[in-house]
Design a binder for this molecule. Structure first.
Ligand SMILES: NC(=O)c1ccc[n+]([C@@H]2O[C@H](COP(=O)([O-])OP(=O)(O)OC[C@H]3O[C@@H](n4cnc5c(N)ncnc54)[C@H](OP(=O)(O)O)[C@@H]3O)[C@@H](O)[C@H]2O)c1
Length: 185
């Protein structure tokens, strides 16, 4: 995300990601993905990927596409029928995440966008947040948690380091114990 908490600029412009110089971070994504067993993604993010010539956000992990768009889901499901199952879901994020857990997936990556991440946080179903902050201010665009009515949520810092050259990696764990003392809930 940008310094001002946006995951894209106006018009779904992600060119700000070029300001992240990830030198020396080659294993970072591989290590992360090795600990994931499902991917949740919104249709806005998948449409952006299609516009960039990518048919799926990632291959080899079951994908839950949160969308009303059956044609979009059919296109994604056809992209890699042998290795990457795509399930279209809609409705309450908490129920969608319950369904993923019931299918046996313990660690789901909510890959975005801000709309989906915001709904998951509003339902208090985000346990860990991994952020890379780019050295850029965008001024407008979707927020990392893009939701109109979020309650305060307390997180505990688990990691804070320079990422590549000039960016920052932060990792936060949901702190439900501290939440009770800091916000009274
Ligand atoms: N910087 C980053 O790391 C990063 C990461 C991810 C995404 N992005 C960018 O963020 C932008 C997209 O983010 P976004 O927040 O606009 O979109 P998004 O979260 O990817 O998708 C939102 C869309 O998903 C569908 N949807 C949302 N909630 C739903 C629900 N409960 N049930 C059924 N369908 C639901 C709706 O579309 P339909 O009903 O029409 O399907 C909605 O418009 C893109 O520019 C993308 O490239 C950036």
């Amino acid at each position: 995300m940008s310094l001002d908490g946006r995951i894209a600029g106006p018009g779904d412009d992600l060119s700000f990601l070029e300001t992240v110089a990830g030198d020396g971070e080659d294993r970072d994504f591989d290590d992360f993905i090795a600990g994931i067993d499902a991917l949740v993604v919104g249709s806005g993010t998948l449409r952006w990927l299609h516009g960039q010539g990518h048919d799926l956000p990632h291959r080899g992990l079951p994908i839950w596409l949160v969308s009303h768009d059956e044609a979009l889901a059919a296109r994604a499901a056809a992209a890699d029928p042998d290795g990457t199952p795509v399930t279209r879901v809609e409705g309450e994020l908490a129920e969608i995440l319950d369904g993923i857990a019931a299918a046996g997936h313990a660690r789901a990556w909510i890959g975005g966008g801000g709309d989906i991440a915001g709904q998951a946080l509003a339902a208090d179903r985000v346990d860990e947040v991994i952020l890379t902050i780019a050295p850029t201010v965008l001024g407008a665009g979707p927020a990392v948690f893009d939701h109109p009515a979020l309650e305060p949520r307390r997180f505990a810092l688990a990691e804070c380091r320079e990422y590549g050259k000039g960016s920052v990696r932060l990792r936060w764990m949901r702190d439900r114990a501290q939440q009770a003392t800091s916000f009274g809930r």
